[in-house]
Design a protein around this ligand. Structure first.
Ligand SMILES: [Zn+2]
Length: 288
């Protein structure tokens, strides 16, 4: 399994470099995919260093609580591309007088799931708005969730890389159960201090808590659905649904599996390394 993961990782990394040399034209046909895999086999291209010439049309996958939004948002700032979270698209549309606002309100009020069609429409609209503003690239967060959505997305735009963020289940569970919200200001905190000792060759893991300031400390509440049973069920449902999507992108050589080694301080530099972006941040901090 470890070997397989490494191969997949390598494949994702190689196709990433190959894709970065390609134009932003659609990569839909199998011939294109075959062509790019044979390029990988023939000459393993060095990873391109200059992110300016790279297509950042990325998707972030990861189960609830993994911190997907945080990493996607940080990377979008670093790379100067929009971070498009489908949850935000839905919220924005609801609070607007846009064409789907009424339809959405009805769906949401009835507690139903927003249809693929609505989501893809909102997404297309958002991508068009980006293009009109001269923005290039994007990091998608929260989409696609199903193979069908992935297929629709493939028809709408070209995805260059799919980053699958993973966290050890015990850490994930502790993190979800440690979530607290300030009942007064709505601030989000986490009281879990995760300190897993390394054993049997497995590295340890430390994640510091995100403690509230004193004025919030006495007003913390736990979301009613953050119980162990509900969190475990949420993870199980997520895993069932996401595996086919991961397989979809894996078969296209676009999936980069990334095991978060800990909290943001440990994970962020490693993630940049995996994406071959560590120089980019050096340049940016030097310029700042
Ligand atoms: Zn507060």
């Amino acid at each position: 399994m470890a070997v397989l993961n490494r191969v997949l990782r390598l494949r994702a990394a190689s196709s990433f470099s190959v894709r970065s040399f390609r134009s932003s034209s659609f990569l839909n046909s199998e011939t294109d995919l075959k062509a790019s895999s044979s390029v990988i086999a023939q000459n393993s291209l060095p990873l391109q260093r200059d992110v300016k010439d790279r297509n950042v049309q990325w998707v972030f996958l990861g189960c609830p609580g993994v911190g997907k939004g945080t990493y996607a948002s940080r990377l979008s700032t670093l790379l100067g591309v929009p971070h498009i979270a489908t949850g935000d698209l839905v919220r924005d549309e609801l609070s607007s007088s846009g064409p789907f606002a009424l339809q959405l309100a009805e769906v949401v009020n009835q507690g139903k799931l927003v249809s693929d069609e609505i989501i893809i429409n909102l997404l297309s609209k958002r991508l068009e708005a980006s293009a009109a503003k001269g923005e290039t690239g994007f990091i998608l967060d929260g989409f696609p969730r199903t193979i069908r959505q992935a297929e629709i997305l493939e028809g709408v735009t070209d995805i260059d890389l799919v980053v699958n963020l993973k966290l050890r289940e015990e850490a994930l569970l502790a993190k979800c159960l440690g979530r607290r919200i300030c009942s007064e200001c709505g601030g989000n905190y986490n009281v879990a201090c995760i300190d897993i000792k390394g054993e049997d060759g497995k590295p340890g893991m430390y994640m510091a808590p995100l403690l509230p300031p004193p004025h919030c400390a006495s007003k913390l509440i736990t979301r009613s659905d953050d119980t162990e049973e509900v969190v475990k069920e949420r993870l199980r449902i997520y895993n069932d649904k996401s595996q086919p999507v991961e397989g979809f992108y894996c078969s296209r050589g676009k999936l980069l599996e990334f095991d978060l080694p800990g909290g943001i301080p440990e994970s962020w530099p490693k993630l940049l390394q995996a994406l071959n972006l560590e120089d980019h941040e050096d340049k940016q901090s030097a310029a700042a």
